[in-house]
Write a protein that binds this ligand. Structure first.
Ligand code: ADP
Ligand code: MG
Length: 282
């Protein structure tokens, strides 16, 4: 599914209009792109990654974590990204979430090339536009749940009392209204992941990136987490992008992309997939 920026731009326009123009022959990427449309209209994109490469430690011992990954993420879709360990999922998340710089290629968020943004604009984007949920929660241990959740609000300049009120509201939303003053170590894994979700929602992001959010959770808690992410999408209109192997997450998503060795190799809708094969964890 690699394509040069020009082809990607054409494909993007065509997706928006839901047509492939008849004035040029179908190309290999067209099929994937059409197939990969979300079930719902409109098909407006919020993220476009075009031929993204990421090379760690360039030189004789370099790791090519991404090798020309190209993908579009549509507004208000729930996109799952699946791939074996080491295939580049977390690196891709860092790139499309503006946490790191690609070695080559472009990432657009709301059609803006994020390489063009200055420090302040990037900080604004990371603070307000995107919410991040990590596999290992990344909570600040010396802070209470409420402080963890209100910290990004403080960064965004919200006044303390308003932040506190909003923090309590969000913690209630994720079912932790009774744990606001507890510290992470006093909570179960599932509860800590809820705090991480609450923190990701602090500044009402339009996009939530969740990197294997159910990996450290038991089945029941994992299911609750999926329900919560789905309700964010349905009720708040958030775009959810999640890296996962979790069959239940895959089944609930609108679209699944496969990443292998740093490249997006396949796209499909859950309805078109046979989940009983050994490819999927059970
Ligand atoms: P996944 O999330 O699918 O397990 P990652 O994106 O974490 O994959 O890693 C992709 C490849 O890049 C792996 O070979 C990994 O060892 C390597 N890698 C990831 N982060 C770094 C880093 N900061 N420095 C060097 N190599 C890294
Ligand atoms: Mg990872």
């Amino acid at each position: 599914m690699n394509s040069d920026p020009a082809t990607a731009a054409i494909n993007q326009e065509e997706i928006a209009g839901n047509t492939v123009s008849s004035d040029r022959p179908l190309q290999a990427g067209d099929i994937d792109t059409l197939f990969a449309q979300p079930a719902k209209e409109p098909a407006e994109t919020v993220i476009n990654a075009v031929d993204v490469w990421k090379i760690y430690n360039p030189g004789p011992n370099e790791t090519q974590a991404l090798k020309g990954a190209t993908l579009d993420v549509f507004k208000n879709e729930y996109l799952s990204i699946m791939g074996p360990s080491g295939s580049g999922k977390s690196t891709l998340f860092n790139m499309i979430g503006a946490l790191g710089k690609p070695s080559r290629g472009k990432v657009y968020i709301d059609q803006v090339d994020i390489a063009q943004l200055d420090h302040n604009e990037l900080a604004w984007l990371r603070c307000r536009k995107v919410g991040y949920i990590f596999q290992s929660y990344h909570l600040i241990q010396v802070m209470t749940c409420l402080e963890n959740v209100t910290l990004p609000m403080a960064f965004a300049g919200m006044e303390a009392e308003q932040a506190r009120d909003r923090g309590v509201k969000i913690l209630k939303l994720v079912g932790l209204g009774h744990r606001v003053l507890h510290k992470p170590a006093e909570l179960s894994g599932g509860q800590q992941q809820r705090v991480a979700i609450a923190r990701a929602l602090a500044n009402q992001p339009e996009i939530v990136l969740a990197d294997e959010p159910t990996a450290n959770l038991d089945q029941h808690t994992g299911q609750e987490m999926i329900d919560l992410l789905c309700s964010l999408k349905e009720e708040l209109g958030v775009t959810i992008i999640s890296a996962t192997h979790d069959l239940k997450m895959l089944q609930r998503s609108d679209r699944i992309l496969w990443i292998e060795d740093g490249q997006i190799v396949k796209a499909a809708r859950p309805d078109d997939i046979d989940f009983s094969t050994s490819e999927f964890d059970h």
